[in-house]
Design a protein around this ligand. Structure first.
Ligand code: ATP
Length: 239
């Protein structure tokens, strides 16, 4: 589903260029449950943004479902983002003056789905997240964990095949982190490819495959196989 080959990315400012991703090669199959860990500045968010076609890369190849994600028009990029990918962010990114139901339903507004239909679908999703009674509450009336579950419901409303979550539990306490991870794990079990950037070992441990980034390269990865954690190094790919 996701194939990266020798991906490089630099940021250029007036004074300097910063080489952030230095030859990332990675294959992620449909339905995998993956986390990305690494020190601050190692390139985790940059990688996730490229996977989500929110940002471009300089060289190498990114194939999504067999299609090269390079030189896409804004319309094509938006098509992939809207049809295939659901995004979840640390800061929830809910719209403060819209209630939970309206926040969840919003992506369908842009797809010209009728108000009645989008509200029905959004309510079903809120129900699945255990938030039906909170549908008409504003984000400011919700706890952090509830806000994140609303954000996950919003990410799910377009039936994405991939969830990309950047520090989804970064603003939550440990109990709420468990609740949100339970939701993400449940979605993954339904077949949604789930990729989570995190600093938290407990979050990464919930996934089946942990990619460890260091200075813009994959240092190693850990895979849960038959209940055992195995470590694989990929020194050669980063040369
Ligand atoms: N838009 C940008 N312009 C210039 N530099 C950037 C930009 N975005 C990120 N960087 C720099 O690229 C490097 C990698 O950033 P990135 O956010 O990918 O790291 P990260 O591993 O996600 O870090 P953190 O854990 O702190 O979120 C950092 O040095 C950062 O300052």
């Amino acid at each position: 589903m996701i194939d990266l080959k020798q991906l490089h990315k630099s940021y250029y400012t007036e004074a300097i260029s910063l080489h952030v991703l230095k030859g990332i090669s990675l294959h992620i199959d449909s339905g995998e449950y993956v986390s990305v860990m690494g020190a601050s500045g190692s390139g985790k968010s940059t990688l996730l943004n490229i996977l989500g076609i929110l940002d471009t890369y300089d060289s190498g190849e990114y194939y999504l479902d067999g299609t090269l994600m390079k030189n896409l028009s804004e319309k094509q990029a938006a098509h992939y983002r809207n049809e295939m990918i659901g995004f979840v962010f640390q800061s929830f990114n809910l719209i403060g003056f819209k209630n939970a139901l309206e926040n969840v339903a919003l992506p369908l507004y842009y797809k010209n789905v009728s108000r009645k239909k989008r509200n029905i679908i959004a309510m079903e999703l809120l129900d699945k997240m255990g938030l039906k009674e909170w549908a008409y509450h504003m984000p400011s009336e919700l706890s952090g964990g509830q806000k994140q579950r609303v954000a996950i419901a919003r990410a799910m409303i377009s039936n994405p095949r991939i969830i990309l979550a950047d520090e989804p539990t970064g603003a939550l306490d440990s109990q709420t982190t468990v609740e949100v991870m339970d939701v993400l794990t449940h979605l993954n079990k339904q077949g949604i490819t789930t990729i989570i950037v995190t600093h938290e070992k407990s979050v990464a441990d919930a996934t089946n495959r942990i990619i460890h980034l260091k200075d813009g390269m994959i240092e190693y990865e850990t895979r849960k196989e038959n209940g055992v954690h195995n470590t694989y190094t990929y020194a050669a790919q980063n040369l």
